[in-house]
Design a protein around this ligand. Structure first.
Ligand code: KG4
Ligand code: ZN
Length: 335
């Protein structure tokens, strides 16, 4: 069996479609939504409307550039959750309509499982078991991955996600949403040792980012009281110091997970895995601790349908199909 599958991702603010044939991703069409930047975060109602506007165009482009006709598809896959309900509904409904029209099976995909499986799109692929630190705007977790479809959460954030910490800090500095990539950009020109922030202690492998958010807010407020131009004058140094701190918070847990589970196959995934400081830290740790490290290509870090397609491929081989009654889930556990 050489399944040809169309996959749709619409969980947050990216409308994306991808076609996969026999496990090979043929394309990854992404329409990003700029409508949210002036609001300082994703506005759910605007996101679902933008998905409705984008989806026909994005799916058509993915099909056209793959050279595969809709009538040749063996299945259609979609993100079931977790995500924004209104956004998910657009993808789920569109996938259902194709499944009905073409009389082909539906495949539901968990968005977080798909972020992990983005490591199976291209070489080199991690071998099992491996650890994956998934860091995005909505989630921060460390997973022990035993097989393509068997993974368990061994640590996760108890409050904000790492991406949220980047985005909220950026907002405090007056930068537009999403601020993570901007902090990364300014950090590259700054002194990462210019400022220090208090450590957060959490038991085991869990994370907490709400403390650093508050500490950062007070730090900026206090500095602005002394000099109203503080952020403007020291932006690069602030970004570099904050990024170093957030990256170290992530790496401390990843190191511990590697030790606790005696695993040296280490991957990162999700939007924040695009961060240059995190990518470098993972590589440096790899050299120091003898890890084999897996860092996704940029197009597969932030939300994309190629990762939904590769997850759907493994589910297809497993005969794991959804019914037409399936509904999206804003919160969705991994198993
Ligand atoms: O995985 P993703 O596209 O969406 C979710 O599933 O949440 O992740 C988006 C998050 C945002 O918080 C964004 O600021 C962050 O990833 N991000 C970054 C970088 N690129 C994206 N954070 C830090 N540095 C980056 N280069
Ligand atoms: Zn994501």
């Amino acid at each position: 069996m050489h399944p040809k599958i169309l996959a749709i991702e619409s969980s947050c603010d990216e409308t994306s479609a991808s076609v996969i044939s026999n496990g090979k991703v043929l394309n990854n069409v992404i329409a990003s939504q700029s409508v949210h930047s002036k609001y300082g975060g994703v506005v759910p109602e605007l996101a679902s409307r933008a998905h409705q506007q984008n989806i026909v165009h994005v799916v058509n482009e993915a099909l056209a550039s793959s050279g595969i006709k809709v009538s040749e598809l063996d299945a259609v896959a979609f993100t079931k959750g977790p995500g924004l309900l209104g956004s998910l509904l657009v993808g789920v409904s569109f996938a259902k309509s194709i499944a009905i029209a073409e009389n082909i099976p539906l495949i539901e995909v968990n968005h977080l499982q798909a972020h992990v499986l983005s490591h199976f799109i291209d070489e080199p692929k991690p071998s099992f078991p491996f650890l994956c630190l998934t860091v995005s705007g909505g989630h921060t977790q460390i997973l022990l991955v035993e097989d393509h479809l068997a993974m368990k959460v061994i640590g996760e954030t108890q409050d904000d996600a790492a991406g949220e910490a980047f985005d909220k800090a950026a907002k405090i500095m007056g930068l537009p949403y999403p601020g993570g990539p901007l902090i990364d950009k300014y950090a590259q020109e700054g002194d990462e040792n210019a400022f220090s922030f208090p450590a957060t202690s959490m038991p085991g492998l869990d994370f907490s980012f709400s403390g650093i958010k508050t500490a950062f807010l007070y730090f900026i407020r206090d500095q602005l009281a002394v000099d109203v131009d503080f952020v403007e004058k020291r932006r690069n140094d602030i970004c570099a110091s904050l990024q170093k701190h957030l990256v170290e918070m992530l790496m401390a847990r990843l190191r511990k997970a590697g030790e606790d589970f005696n695993v040296k196959e280490i991957a990162i995934a999700g939007g924040v895995s695009a961060n240059s400081g995190l990518r470098k830290a993972v590589e440096t740790h790899g050299e120091k601790f003898g890890w084999n490290t897996y860092i996704p290509e940029f197009q597969y870090c932030t939300d994309n349908a190629a990762m939904i397609a590769i997850a759907a491929h493994y589910k297809f081989l497993n005969g794991d199909f959804a019914t037409l009654e399936v509904s999206p889930l804003a919160r969705m556990p991994l198993s």
